[in-house]
Design a protein around this ligand. Structure first.
Ligand SMILES: C[S@@+](CC[C@H](N)C(=O)[O-])C[C@H]1O[C@@H](n2cnc3c(N)ncnc32)[C@H](O)[C@@H]1O
Length: 242
């Protein structure tokens, strides 16, 4: 049976398995030109991986917003240099013009009302403020390693779930953002640790029928028993400014 996504329940898995994608962090810092004067908001911050890394690298003022109390409890346990606020992307708990930078990673496909979110992002950013939406394109979803090979059913599930890149660009533009541009970042590594798949620690695996999940996992277990497996993590970063 397919399972529903409950972020409070996923929080423990996220704290255990989710790591910062090094190229995403690098580009947020460099292209965003982040420094100590920046005021940075991560929307859908989860357990805080990215906003903690950004704040540590720059000493900027930082906020994280997420609707899951459990995710926020884990984020707050990492220190008090970031204000972690309970809230949703569609009604951000910040004043107009509070931030110079705003980003989301792996969140946009969860939002019920993206247009309202982009209008909210526009409201809380200063003039010239930068927005970055980090997500998966259709091409990335079709070629994820090892996910698309071992759990091919994730492709259809996620093509339905994720908005297309042209659609997102149009929505950002409609909310008032300019200079919309995209770049793809990639990080590849080898590992024998397949716990994140075994424990369904990715929301897409929760959306698979149990038999499809078990089939994929037993093939992946056989592969991992023979040696390290190659993992390739790719993202599209969509940039714009107010
Ligand atoms: C896949 S996780 C990403 C967490 C974090 N950005 C990261 O990359 O580690 C998605 C996050 O989006 C949050 N989320 C779901 N609906 C949301 C909404 N309407 N507004 C803001 N965040 C939301 C979830 O609670 C969860 O923490």
């Amino acid at each position: 049976m397919m399972q529903a996504i409950n972020y409070d329940r996923l929080a423990a898995d996220y704290a255990r398995y989710r790591r910062v994608h090094p190229r995403v962090l690098e580009r947020l810092l460099q292209r965003g030109e982040l420094g100590p004067d920046a005021r940075v908001l991560e929307v859908g911050c989860g357990t805080g991986n990215y906003i903690v890394a950004v704040q540590e690298a720059t000493e900027c003022i930082a906020w994280g917003v997420d609707p899951s109390a459990e995710m926020l409890a884990r984020a707050r346990s990492r220190g008090d240099r970031i204000a972690f606020l309970l809230g949703v992307a569609e009604a951000l708990p910040l004043k107009a013009g509070a931030c110079t930078h705003l980003f989301t990673v792996d969140v946009i496909h969860h939002l019920r009302d993206r247009s309202t979110f982009f209008r909210e992002a526009h409201r809380v950013l200063v003039d010239g403020g930068i927005i970055c939406t980090v997500t998966d394109s259709a091409d990335i979803i079709r070629h994820r390693e090892p996910l698309a090979d071992y759990f091919p059913e994730t492709v259809e599930v996620d093509l339905r779930r994720y908005p297309s890149i042209p659609q997102l660009m149009a929505e950002m533009r409609a909310a008032g953002f300019a200079g919309i541009a995209q770049e793809v970042v990639e990080y590849a590594f080898e590992t024998r640790d397949i716990s994140i798949y075994r424990e369904r620690g990715l929301s897409t695996l929760l959306l698979l029928p149990d038999d499809a999940f078990r089939r994929g996992l037993s093939r992946l277990e056989r592969l991992a028993a023979r040696g390290p497996i190659r993992v390739v993590l790719r993202y599209v970063m969509l940039w714009g400014h107010r």
